[in-house]
Design a protein around this ligand. Structure first.
Ligand SMILES: CC(C)(COP(=O)(O)OP(=O)(O)OC[C@H]1O[C@@H](n2cnc3c(N)ncnc32)[C@H](O)[C@@H]1OP(=O)(O)O)[C@@H](O)C(=O)NCCC(=O)NCCS
Length: 147
């Protein structure tokens, strides 16, 4: 199984966001604010021509974290049939490496409760209690220093 990582535009990952993150909801819910900004990056993991995973990085600080230039990691998804094969982890590392190459020192994300163990395994720390994102569910804030 050969996995390739590519920079893509937001429209290339709408379908997988929909299938994995917004199942049963309108496709319009898969557009995120900031998707098309010039400092936003989207990565897709491909097997042959199929998008099997995706993640987006947006330049955004979080008021709970004291860091001037941090990125928010969003829309992390691996197609269900490919989950548990380290594709998510490789995609995450790929995204982090890109941020390090841009001299970004911190990455943070709002994590679904179910996905907390995945981020913990990848050295993300939780900050504060859980909170609700309307129509998506409970999340926690997690972050990782890239220094
Ligand atoms: C969360 C997600 C991106 C992880 O990707 P993945 O390819 O399935 O995960 P990986 O195979 O790379 O897992 C890496 C490690 O995390 C662990 N892990 C992944 N998901 C886990 C979970 N839900 N619970 C416990 N451990 C988990 C794996 O067991 C593995 O640990 P190991 O190194 O000890 O074997 C993927 O399962 C997914 O898309 N889930 C649905 C959408 C979602 O929740 N996205 C995150 C939004 S915040």
């Amino acid at each position: 199984m050969k996995l390739d990582f590519k920079f893509v535009d937001a429209k290339s990952i709408l379908k997988i966001r929909h299938q994995v993150l917004r199942k049963g909801r309108p496709l319009s819910t898969c557009h995120f604010n900031g998707d098309n900004l010039s400092d936003t990056f989207h990565f897709a993991a491909y097997i042959n021509d199929e998008v099997v995973g995706c993640v987006s990085l947006m330049l955004k600080s979080n008021s709970k974290i004291q860091d001037k230039q941090s990125y928010q990691l969003r829309g992390m998804a691996v197609l269900e049939k490919y989950q548990g094969q380290k594709i998510g982890q490789q995609l995450l590392h790929h995204a982090e490496k890109h941020l390090i190459s841009k001299n970004i020192k911190l990455v943070w994300c709002n994590v679904r409760i179910k996905a907390i163990p995945f981020y913990r395994k990848n050295q993300y720390q939780q900050l504060g209690d859980d909170f609700n994102i309307p129509e998506v569910g409970p999340h926690v804030l997690m972050f990782k220093s890239l220094e």
